[in-house]
Design a binder for this molecule. Structure first.
Ligand code: BGC
Length: 531
C-alpha cells in the first residue's frame, strides 16, 4: 500500500495541467517573437536560408550525411521526381570518445573516413573514375568541375547559419562536448577532411534534421501547400517551420531568394524557456540538469526528448529504492513476491549508473498490458539486471514511466500548437479546407506507444486550436528526413550555384559536357581541357 500511495504522489508531480499547457503555449509564442527580433534569446529562431519547400517533382542523385545523435549515417539518394526516392545508406555508431574529443579535427576526420568507405562500397565507379581523372589532369583547377557529388550535411546541433552551406556552431547538445569546434564553420571543418582524402564530394548544404524532416515531408506527401512544420522527438527535440519573411526582423547576412516571401526557421526549441517561467521543474529535473554536460540550457529538451526521459525516470526510481518507508524492488521474503522469489538488483544494474536506463524500456512498459506485466518484468531483468521484480514493482515502474512520458507528450503539443498558431493557418479562410501538415521523426514519436495520441489529446484543449483545429492538424511520420531532406536542399543549393554568375554557368556547361563525354566547351574564351 505504501508503494502505491508513494507512486501516486510521484505521478502527481509530473502532472502538467490544461492550464499549465495553455500558459506555456502563450509563452512559446512570445519567445518565438522575441527570437525573430534579435539574437541571443532563449528560442534561437535561426534563419536557414531555405526559402521554399519542395513539391515532389525534384530529381537527381545526391549524397547526404547525418550527424546528430548516437549514429553517423552516410547515404546517397536518387530523387525520382514523382514523390518517390531510392536511398542507400550505411550507419555507424559514433565512438563515445569522439563525442568529447579534444579537437574538432578528430571527429570530422572520422566522418570523412566514413564517407570514403561509403563511396568505395556503393559508388565504386564514380570513385575510381575520380581517382583516374585526378591522375591525368595536370592543372590544379583542371578537375574543378568534374563529376562531384553534392552533399547535404545534416548537422543536428544549434548553428548560426550564414549561408546555405556555411554555419558556425553555437553550442553542442545531446552529450557532445568539443569546445574546440564552437564558433567554427562546420561545413568547412568537414570539407577540409574530405579534401585531405581527395574525395569527389562538395559539401553543398548545411541542414538541421528538423529542416530535412520538413523538406522530406513536403516531397513525399505533397498537398497544395506543403508541410508547415518538421519536428524531431528523438534523442533530442527541435522543430523547423515556414515563417513569413516579413516577420523576420533580425538582420540576415547571407544571400537568399526573396521571391517566395517565406523562410524556413530552425527554432532550436530545445532551449525554449531556459529561464523556467512555465516549464515544470521537479526535484528530479533539477538533479538531472546539474549532472548534464550543459546545465541551465536545453531545458525543454531535458523534459521532452529520449536522451533525458530515461534518466529522469532512473533518478525517481533510485529515490524510491532508497526510501525506507516503501518496499520497492525489495521483498521481505519470497512469499511477498508473486513470482515466489526475492528481487535482486545486481550491483552493475543501470539503475545505479548515471544515464544507465535506456528510454526504450519506457516504451516496453507502456505497451505491456499483460495481466502480470510479464514483458516488462523480463525487460527489467534483461536490460537492467533487476532479477525477479514483483508485480507491484512493475506496476509502480509502469505508472511513473507513463507519467514522465505523458508530461513529455503534453509539452510536445505545446510547441506544435504554438507553431501552428503562429502560421495563422487555422484562421486563414484561404486555407480553411486544407490539412495543416506536420512531419515528425525520432525514436520517441515512432516507438513510444500512443505518443501521438497524447499529443492530439492535448492539442484539443489548447485555446485557439480546440477539437476542430486538432482535426485539421495532420501529424505524419517523415522517415529519413535527414537523408532525403538534406538531398533536397543540396539540390536547391546546386541550382543556386548554377544561377550565380555567367562564369559559373559556363563551368556547369563544361561539367555537363565532360561528364557526358561530349566535345569541349570553351571556358571564358579559352579552350577547355577534357579528361
Ligand atoms: C539540437 C537540434 C536538433 C535536435 C534533434 C537538439 O539537441 O539542438 O539542432 O534538431 O536536437 O536532433
Amino acid at each position: 500500500m505504501a508503494l502505491e500511495a508513494e507512486t501516486k504522489s510521484i505521478v502527481a508531480k509530473f502532472d502538467y495541467t490544461d492550464d499549465d499547457v495553455n500558459k506555456a503555449v502563450d509563452e512559446f509564442l512570445r519567445q518565438m517573437g522575441e527570437g525573430l527580433e534579435k539574437d541571443g534569446t532563449s528560442l534561437s529562431q535561426i534563419p536557414t536560408y531555405v526559402t521554399g519547400v519542395p513539391n515532389g517533382t525534384e530529381k537527381g542523385l545526391y549524397m547526404a550525411v547525418d550527424l546528430g545523435g548516437t549514429n553517423f549515417r552516410v547515404c546517397s539518394i536518387q530523387l525520382n521526381g514523382d514523390s518517390t526516392f531510392n536511398l542507400t545508406y550505411t550507419k555507424v555508431a559514433i565512438p563515445k570518445e569522439l563525442m568529447v574529443a579534444k579537437t574538432a579535427e578528430e571527429l570530422f576526420a572520422f566522418l570523412a573516413k566514413q564517407i570514403e568507405l561509403f563511396l568505395k562500397t556503393h559508388h565504386e565507379e564514380q570513385f575510381v573514375a575520380h581517382i583516374r581523372r585526378r591522375m591525368t589532369v595536370s592543372s590544379p583547377d583542371g578537375f574543378r568541375d568534374e563529376n562531384v557529388f553534392r552533399l547535404g550535411f545534416t548537422f543536428s546541433f544549434p548553428v548560426q547559419q550564414i549561408g546555405i552551406n556555411k554555419g558556425n556552431l553555437i553550442r553542442w547538445t545531446k552529450g557532445f562536448d568539443i569546445p574546440d569546434a564552437i564558433g567554427k564553420d562546420v561545413c568547412a571543418l568537414l570539407q577540409i577532411e574530405i579534401d585531405k582524402l581527395h574525395l569527389p564530394v562538395k559539401v553543398a548544404a548545411l541542414v538541421n534534421d528538423t529542416v530535412g524532416t520538413l523538406m522530406a515531408r513536403s516531397y513525399t506527401a505533397p498537398g497544395k501547400t506543403g508541410a508547415v512544420l518538421g519536428a524531431i522527438f528523438g534523442t533530442g527535440t527541435n522543430g523547423a517551420y515556414v515563417e513569413k519573411l516579413a516577420n523576420l526582423k533580425k538582420p540576415l547576412t547571407g544571400e537568399y531568394d526573396k521571391s517566395t516571401g517565406d523562410m524556413v526557421i530552425n527554432t532550436e526549441w530545445g532551449s525554449f524557456d531556459n529561464q523556467l517561467s512555465v516549464l515544470p521543474n521537479t526535484p528530479w529535473d533539477i538533479a538531472l540538469d546539474k549532472t548534464s554536460v550543459n546545465p541551465g540550457i536545453q531545458m525543454y529538451e531535458k523534459r521532452v526528448s529520449g536522451m533525458f526521459l530515461g534518466e529522469i525516470l532512473r533518478l525517481v526510481l533510485l529515490d524510491l529504492v532508497k526510501n525506507p518507508n516503501v518496499s520497492f524492488l525489495r521483498d521481505d521474503n519470497s512469499n511477498s513476491n508473486d513470482w515466489k522469489s526475492t528481487t535482486t538488483i545486481a550491483q552493475n544494474s543501470g539503475i545505479y549508473t548515471p544515464w544507465g536506463l535506456d528510454t526504450a524500456i519506457m516504451s516496453v512498459a507502456a505497451a505491456d498490458n499483460t495481466p502480470e506485466l510479464s514483458t516488462l518484468r523480463q525487460e527489467l531483468e534483461s536490460t537492467l539486471n533487476i532479477y525477479s521484480p514483483a508485480y507491484d514493482d512493475a506496476q509502480a515502474f509502469k505508472a511513473i514511466a507513463g507519467a514522465v512520458a505523458r508530461r513529455a507528450a503534453r509539452l510536445a503539443a505545446v510547441a506544435i500548437a504554438a507553431i501552428v498558431l503562429q502560421t495563422g493557418k487555422l484562421t486563414d479562410p484561404a486555407s480553411a479546407d486544407e490539412p495543416i501538415d506536420v512531419g515528425v521523426d525520432g525514436s520517441l514519436v515512432e516507438h513510444y506507444p500512443y505518443f501521438r495520441d497524447m499529443i492530439y489529446e492535448t492539442l484539443r484543449i489548447i485555446k485557439g486550436v480546440g477539437g476542430e483545429g486538432a482535426k485539421r492538424i495532420r501529424i505524419g511520420i517523415a522517415k529519413d528526413g535527414s537523408g532525403v531532406g538534406a538531398a533536397l536542399i543540396a539540390l536547391v543549393a546546386a541550382n543556386m550555384e548554377k544561377n550565380t554568375t555567367p562564369a559559373d554557368y559556363f563551368a556547369e556547361l563544361r561539367f555537363q559536357a565532360i561528364s557526358h563525354h561530349l566535345t569541349t566547351v570553351p571556358e571564358d574564351g579559352e579552350t577547355a581541357a577534357t579528361d
